[in-house]
Ligand binder design. Structure first.
Ligand SMILES: Nc1ncnc2c1ncn2[C@@H]1O[C@H](COP(=O)(O)OP(=O)(O)OP(=O)(O)O)[C@@H](O)[C@H]1O
Ligand SMILES: [Mg+2]
Length: 271
């Protein structure tokens, strides 16, 4: 599928800001960050939606404890969970059923999720993007009026290389990159020592090199994975936990960065 170069962007008047959580690489914690960021924003009193844009491998249903297919006759979509409005392909298709869709169908599904569902008025819609920099990501960046992108990486070099690719993709389509998050940054032992399991500081270095803000580092903690699997993300389950604090801080950084974005008319035009 050719990227829809001249595709007009969708008009979503009820949604004030759309944030994409992305990375070129799989398994670095995009869905975990997207979910906890959405919940942290909601706990600040914002109206927040969470759209699982990972059509092939939706993980938001598990992370929010919404098992199985949703009966649309009784449960209107997007459904409400933990104060969020949530939509995922996982509500329509059984998890075990591989969704073997081609690019245009992914595009259509996402367009329908965004335009045909009643999201109401939202301060933020957080998009959990699939891994990679392929058709699905290009479609989203070119057709959804994204306010900004948040890039998630883990500290090691293989992840950083892919994170950079993801970041450059947003730049090419003129979506502001709000910053980089280093996930699984370190482990804090019971002895109070920091263990840098996957090395450390790569996210900051990437932020410096690409001249985007560094939004923060999230420690690695088995409680994060446990909370995700239980369907009650850590910022809700254990708001006082070190990891939850890290999420709350990075949410503040995201709000700061949003506050300092130039108005769209001030962005340089493409040459
Ligand atoms: N800070 C953390 N500490 C411990 N476990 C974590 C942390 N962040 C994420 N995880 C766990 O790592 C796994 C992968 O996270 P997640 O699904 O969010 O990654 P992803 O980037 O969305 O993956 P995919 O590319 O497949 O969409 C999950 O089991 C999650 O619970
Ligand atoms: Mg994911």
């Amino acid at each position: 599928m050719q990227p829809p170069q001249s595709q007009p962007k969708l008009q979503l008047p009820g949604i004030k800001q759309i944030l994409a959580v992305a990375s070129g690489k799989g398994g670095v914690g995009k869905s975990t960050v997207a979910t906890n960021l959405a919940l942290a924003l909601a706990s600040l009193g914002k109206k927040v939606g969470l759209l699982d844009a990972d059509i092939y491998g939706p993980s938001i249903p598990t992370m929010l404890g919404i098992p199985g297919i949703v009966d649309q006759a009784t449960t209107p979509l997007p459904l409400e969970r933990h104060g969020l409005k949530v939509m995922s392909m996982g509500f329509l298709v059984p998890p075990a059923q591989a969704v073997i869709w081609r690019g245009p169908m992914v595009h259509r599904a996402l367009t329908q999720f965004l335009t045909d569902l009643d999201w109401g008025n939202l301060d933020f819609l957080v998009l959990d993007l699939p891994p990679g920099t392929g058709d699905a990501q290009l479609t989203i960046t070119q057709t959804v009026p994204l306010t900004g992108a948040i890039i998630v990486t883990t500290p090691q070099e293989v992840s950083l290389v892919d994170a950079r690719k993801g970041l450059e993709m947003f730049r090419q389509v003129r979506v502001p990159v709000l910053g980089i998050i280093e996930n699984m940054s370190y482990f804090l032992g019971d002895d109070g020592k920091r263990y840098e399991i996957f090395r450390h500081g790569g996210g900051k270095k990437l932020a410096r090199e690409t001249q985007v803000p560094f939004l923060g580092e999230i420690p690695i903690d088995p409680l994060v994975a446990q909370a995700g699997d239980e369907g009650l993300p850590i910022v809700r389950k254990l708001p006082e936990n070190l990891v939850s604090k890290a999420y709350q801080e990075l949410t503040q950084r995201v709000l700061q960065e949003l506050g300092s974005l130039p108005a769209p008319s001030e962005l340089p035009s493409l040459t």
